[in-house]
Structure formats: structure tokens, C-alpha cells
Design a protein around this ligand. Structure first.
Ligand code: SAM
Length: 196
């Protein structure tokens, strides 16, 4: 983590200062359903080491935690991370850290990496870098979960379709499971396609 908060960190910190759950992750049916679809899309029942990028206040983290042995969840906003830590305090196999991806990137390999509703905020160059790092950090049989809102977002250059296209191209990974609807898309990636 850098000594000075980045512009991105300051931007999200201001969002969380106004509202501790800015996207209604705890309350909205839309978010609950999207999370349920995301988690249900993971092809394996159990994963070993997992990395969640953009964990916010830890609502999805809690659910990913049920399927993995060890989870590192990161977010650029210290307020969000503090909320996540409070929520996850009883889960000894989960760690929440304040980090900005791709500038910060953990060492070692992961069986599962999740990039949910966060890729747009990295910009195209950051996302390309994150995609390359993801591919390099994924175990041979690992999976990547992508889930993003598809509509234009004011103040941000990429929508969810852009994020998935760029990420897939720059990771070199293959889509093994996809869910597409008007508002969001989910893609699960792996090194090899599965026979259909
Ligand atoms: C919409 S929330 C995503 C919550 C959760 N992943 C989900 O899908 O329900 C986006 C989060 O990403 C964080 N974020 C944005 N850019 C980031 C980056 N480059 N690295 C880490 N976290 C980031 C924000 O602070 C915010 O908490």
C-alpha cells in the first residue's frame, strides 16, 4: 500500500464517507440475486486459496468464504475494509486488506480470483495489467469470476461489456461459463475450455 492515498482511494473513500453501503449490497434484491448467480456459477464446490478484488464492505466476501479454504479480500477504500473486517471477524480463514489493484498485487498462486463490479474503476490500462497478473497468479486448474454492470457509468470510461472483453483478451483465459442479461453479465474463465 502506498504512503499517500491515491486519487482512486480518495474518490471511493468519499463515497463511503457519505454512505456506508453505497450500492445497497446488504439491502437490494438486485444485488442479492446477482451475488447468488455469481456464486452459483463457480464450477467447483471447494477452492483452496482465493483472492477477491474490490470486496467493498464484505457482503460477497462472506459468501465466497463459504466455498474456500483461505481468502484474501482487498479494497482501495480504508472505510470499506474496516466495515468488511467487522463483518468477517469470526472467519479466521479470511483476511481483508486495503490495496489498490493492479498497483498492489499479492504473491503466490490462487485457485479462485474474483473481479466483481470493480474492473471499470481500473481504466483500460490498469485492467489490462490486472488481467495479465490474474493469468500469472492462477493455478493450472483455477477459475476467475467476472461480473459487471453493462450500462454506461457516468465518470468512468468502461462499461461491463468492455471490461469483460478487455479482461478476456489480455488474460488469454477461456470462457467456460457465461450468463448475460440486460443489466449485467457474468463470465467464468479458466485456462482450458471444458468439453460441452
Ligand atoms: C461496486 S463495489 C463491488 C462490491 C463487490 N465486489 C460486489 O460485486 O458486490 C466496488 C468496490 O471496488 C473498490 N475498488 C475500486 N477500484 C479498486 C481497485 N483498483 N482496487 C481495489 N478496489 C477497488 C471500491 O472501493 C468499491 O468498494
Amino acid at each position: 500500500m502506498r504512503e499517500q492515498p491515491s486519487d482512486l482511494a480518495a474518490r471511493f473513500e468519499a463515497v463511503y464517507e457519505k454512505n456506508r453501503d453505497p450500492w445497497g449490497l446488504e439491502t437490494r434484491f438486485y444485488e442479492r440475486r446477482k451475488r447468488a448467480l455469481s456464486i452459483a456459477s463457480l464450477p467447483r464446490e471447494r477452492y483452496g486459496r482465493a483472492f477477491e478484488i474490490g470486496c467493498s464492505i464484505g457482503v460477497m466476501t462472506e459468501q465466497i468464504a463459504q466455498r474456500v479454504d483461505d481468502l484474501l479480500a482487498v479494497d482501495v477504500s480504508p472505510r470499506a475494509v474496516a466495515e468488511a473486517r467487522g463483518r468477517l471477524v469470526s472467519l479466521a480463514h479470511v483476511r481483508a486488506e486495503c490495496q489498490e489493484v493492479p498497483h498492489d498485487w499479492p504473491s503466490g498462486l490462487f485457485e479462485l480470483i474474483t473481479v466483481s463490479e470493480v474492473g471499470f474503476f481500473m481504466g483500460a490500462d490498469g485492467l489490462k495489467q490486472a488481467a495479465g497478473l490474474t493469468a500469472a497468479s492462477l493455478t493450472q486448474d483455477g477459475h476467475v469470476l467476472l461480473c459487471h454492470w453493462r450500462h454506461p457509468m457516468s465518470g468512468w470510461e468502461l462499461n461491463g461489456d468492455d471490461v469483460h472483453r478487455i479482461f478476456i483478451e489480455h488474460s488469454g483465459l477461456k470462457v467456460i461459463c457465461e450468463h448475460l442479461e440486460r443489466d449485467f453479465r457474468i463470465d467464468v474463465l479458466a485456462r482450458e475450455t471444458m468439453p460441452r
